[in-house]
Design a protein around this ligand. Structure first.
Ligand code: PFF
Length: 456
């Protein structure tokens, strides 16, 4: 059955921006610099880009095809495309569970970014000594109440947009936030590249150091590519059921991947030159890079030009907030679409109930920086465990699942019809795509996965 107008993206550009909104997020601006910084810079980036092209784009395009063909939430799409095999419908539940997990811990960091944007806007970072930024961050993140309040604000805002629906909420949100995000990022790159010592940061980003590369680095690069493109959790599968039939899925997949990679690289060109502009700071500070190192950098990098420091930090944290919101919207939409279509529940009701569940799990993740810091699962805090589970296990596993599904379960003719829009576009690219999905990607994912976990 054809969807009603308001439950589809109105325009092709709206569809690309929404999918790019899902892809561009904290993964690009917070996780990518962190991973790059701790895994040896350019060598890591090269492997990451390779995974984007070889595995990321084909898997993303597959999610698009399954979603648009199924024309319903993820479990139904699996059911329809497998010609009614119930077992595949249950497999489609895995992404829904993964969506809960990812939103819960993602929203914690999104809450931090919102708090930092507010503090930056109130000029709360100026005049601090370098060590005070770290104390500021640890006392905030380990607080029992404050980060949870910001987590609730982020999740409720996300729920409000999702409740408004596909066209009025998600598409309109993406059409406003994504262009703003690009403007902010370009302004910030220009400012950062003019800082003294910027060339050292550029060098770090562009000169590969392969001595730091091992199995774990390769798994991290693959995890980062999947995380950054939002593949393996089927958010894009859900978005694709709102795509019009004339959308060229391979073209859109490539556009999203290019936008996503550009934003990640530009985030690197903002952060590393800035870090190297202050002697003694290191690019491998890990997750605290954005919340401890950068506020310090922003205050000191521009010398006496205080207003520039102010603008730089406000824009940077607003950039993070918008990027985080467009991604969390896609995570919640996948969950809401499932309950809405499976149980015929109203979108606003499901949006609120799912948000409450995410807030509860998110609160546990948040407390793992404070009173629950000694609660560990497999040697990791609750937050780190969720990140590990999502980026290193569930996303690769989900990606493997979708490759096996599209390559071996779904009829080739159905994939062909969906990806070529009935034989009109991409006819020559399809065989290459199909070989990757059937053989290269599943074997590659399995090998890297076991190698990264130290099993082969
Ligand atoms: N791609 C998003 C980012 O880079 O921040 C994160 C993400 C969104 C992961 C949606 C998973 C997902 F399903």
């Amino acid at each position: 059955m054809e969807r009603k107008g308001s439950s589809m993206f109105a325009t092709k550009i709206g569809a690309i921006l929404a999918a790019a909104g899902s892809a561009v997020g904290l993964g690009n601006i917070w996780r990518f610099p962190t991973e790059t910084g701790t895994n040896g810079g350019a060598a890591f980036i090269l492997i990451y880009v390779l995974f984007m092209i070889l595995f990321g784009v084909p898997i993303m395009v597959t999610e698009f095809a399954v979603g648009r063909y199924g024309n319903k939430d993820v479990t139904h799409s699996f059911l329809t495309m497998s010609d009614g095999k119930k077992w595949w419908k249950y497999m489609g539940l895995m992404p829904v569970v993964a969506g809960f997990l990812v939103l819960s811990y993602y929203a914690v960091v999104a809450g931090w970014t919102l708090y930092y944007a507010v503090v930056a806007a109130l000029d709360g970072f100026s005049g601090k000594e370098p060590h005070e930024y770290s104390e500021f961050f640890s006392s905030f993140a380990s607080d029992e109440v404050k980060p949870i309040v910001w987590l609730v604000v982020v999740v409720m805002f996300t729920a409000a947009i999702v409740a408004l629906g596909v066209r009025r909420g998600i598409e309109r949100g993406a059409r406003i936030m994504m262009p703003l995000l690009f403007v902010f990022i370009v302004v910030l790159v220009v400012c950062s590249m003019t800082l003294p010592g910027a060339s050292q940061g550029v060098d770090f980003l562009l000169r590969p150091d392969f001595s730091k590369v091992n199995g774990a680095t390769v798994l991290s690069a693959m995890g980062q590519a999947f995380f950054s493109l939002s593949v393996g959790i089927c958010c894009l599968c859900t978005y694709a059921c709102y795509f019009r039939k004339d959308v060229n899925l391979i073209h859109d997949g490539l556009s999203v991947a290019i936008i996503d990679t550009l934003v990640a690289l530009m985030a690197g060109f903002i952060i590393f030159p800035a870090v190297y502009s202050i002697p003694g700071l290191s690019p491998d500070a890990g997750p605290s890079l954005v919340f401890v190192t950068l506020p310090n950098v922003f205050q000191h990098a521009f010398g006496d030009v205080v207003w520039l420091s102010y603008i730089f930090s406000v824009l940077f944290y607003l950039l993070l907030v918008m990027a985080a919101l467009t991604s969390s919207i896609s995570m919640l939409e996948m969950i809401v679409a499932f309950f809405h279509e499976e149980y015929r529940a109203s979108r606003p009701l499901v949006a609120v109930l799912s948000s409450v569940a995410c807030i509860c799990l998110g609160a546990l993740c948040s407390l793992s920086f404070g009173s629950l810091s000694d609660v560990t699962l497999f040697g990791m805090t609750i937050f780190d465990f969720c990140d590990f589970l999502v980026a290193k296990l569930l996303m690769p596993a989900g990606s493997l699942l979708i490759c096996v599904f599209a390559g071996w379960v779904v009829k080739r003719d159905n994939m062909y019809a969906e990806l070529t829009n009935g034989g009109v576009v991409n006819r020559y690219v399809f065989p290459v795509y199909y070989a990757i999905i059937r053989y290269v990607a599943p074997i590659g994912i399995l090998l890297i996965f076991f190698n990264g976990l130290g099993l082969v």
